[in-house]
Ligand binder design. Structure first.
Ligand SMILES: [Zn+2]
Length: 424
């Protein structure tokens, strides 16, 4: 269809439309080196970046569609490694029980659009019931709906009665989440099932959590033996593994088992930091969400016991974020959007800087580091010739004012202009 439209336009007035696009801005950030290129041009051919660099080295062919951004900075599309697109931040606890799977999936369509418009061109969806995340991903790929590139986990795996189970209803209902799997072989089978139905990665719960009923946030849930079976099975099939882990022993045993990323990582200690450094494990610490949980959570249905847990871990998590950054642990940007409203993902940047990162480090966490964790760094994560054209622009310079990332001017995904500065 697009080729046909392109051919048609070739015969008419706009030869440059067929895939060629030029972006110009006062600045462009090289996220690998941290260098800011002034007076920059990015040339896009179809969905690929064909050239990027200073205006002195690049000529824009006559007739090329050009977007001049002026006092703005071009950056690679942002990447959030911890979202739940099918979750509604206004519906927690018992309110969420009334939401059907089809309804949650439709909500996901709205959230996908909001996320992309906020400049997040790639997300990792770490837990969704009924493989609704696979459906969303496929609908976005097919061009049926607008949204970020998705890497999806399907249902999160966990123990009976654990954080990844649903513990809201009494025994009479015989209800448990589809990700429940106990013991190495049940877990291996659950990994195989998630792969069968379209998972790109495996997510599991190593410890209790804040928002689940009746779990102790610091208590380990899967045993080391179970985690080793899970990670071995996933890696055998070429998938990465993300683990939800707040508690210290759960974090350490998950790292020992070989997980690729630890989510939350609230109760890290020095030994856990040393282990993450040694193994090259990524941490994905959601240090903004605590403000939403404690501010808006009660209204949204978050249980009182969950609010009490958040009061105990939120502050510690931020202190430990600072320690992990100082130690040089690999970090990715993971927000847990879905617990708080989608589209507000970028609010976390200012907190990452407040708690120890430079603005460049925070941006790297959401670009090149995330692309590397996803094993997509050959095609995503930086503005370089030959990479996919996922590009955003923000006004001013995010290295001096990181919260400018909260208001993106331009979003280009796969060479398509999603958000244009003149049409905000
Ligand atoms: Zn989450």
């Amino acid at each position: 269809m697009r080729l046909f439209a392109c051919f048609y336009l070739l015969l008419t007035a706009f030869p440059a439309w067929c895939g060629s696009l030029a972006l110009t801005a006062d600045r462009m950030l090289d996220v690998k080196s941290g260098e800011v290129i002034t007076d920059a041009i990015v040339m896009i051919d179809g969905n690929i970046i064909s050239q990027a660099g200073p205006a002195t080295q690049i000529a824009i062919p006559e007739g090329t569609r050009t977007i001049n951004l002026g006092d703005a900075t071009l950056l690679p599309g942002l990447m959030d490694m911890h979202v739940h697109l099918t979750s509604d931040a206004a519906l927690h606890g018992y309110k969420r029980l009334a939401v059907s799977l089809p309804r949650a999936t439709i909500t996901g369509v709205k959230h996908a659009r909001a996320t992309l418009n906020a400049g997040f061109t790639t997300v990792r969806n770490v837990g969704a019931p009924g493989f609704a995340d696979v459906a969303l991903k496929n609908a976005i790929r097919a061009g049926d709906i607008s949204g970020p590139r998705m890497f999806v986990a399907g249902p999160s795996l966990g123990v009976t009665g654990g954080h990844c189970d649903n513990n809201l209803l009494p025994y009479d209902y015989h209800d448990s989440s589809e990700g429940v799997a106990d013991g190495p072989w049940e877990i291996r089978k659950a990994v195989r099932r998630n792969i069968k139905y379209g998972a790109d990665l495996i997510k599991f719960c190593a410890t209790g959590g804040v928002l689940s009923k009746g779990t102790r946030v610091g208590a380990q849930q899967y045993t080391l033996e179970e985690m080793q079976a899970l990670v071995e099975e996933a890696h055998l099939r070429g998938l990465t593994v993300a683990t939800h882990a707040h508690g210290t022993s759960g974090i350490k045993q998950a790292i020992q088992a070989g997980v690729d990323s630890v989510e939350h990582a609230s109760l890290l200690d020095d030994e856990a930091i040393a282990m993450a450094l040694e193994k090259g494990t990524y941490l994905s610490m959601d240090i903004y969400v605590t403000e939403y949980i404690l501010g808006e959570g009660a209204k949204a249905g978050i249980l009182e016991e969950s609010l009490a847990k958040e009061r105990t871990v939120g502050k510690t998590q931020r202190e430990n974020f600072r320690k992990a950054v100082e130690a040089g642990v690999k970090m990715v940007f993971g927000s847990d959007a879905g617990v708080y409203p989608h589209g507000n993902n970028a609010k976390q940047f200012a907190r990452m800087v407040k708690f120890g990162m430079t603005p460049l480090q925070a941006i790297q966490a959401a670009t090149i580091n995330a692309a590397t964790l996803l094993k997509q760094n050959a095609t995503l994560g930086s503005i370089e010739d030959g990479k996919l054209a996922d590009i955003i622009a923000v006004s001013g310079n995010p290295l001096s004012q990181v919260n400018t990332l909260e208001n993106v001017l331009l979003v280009v995904k796969d060479g398509q202009v999603i958000k244009h500065p003149d049409k905000r």
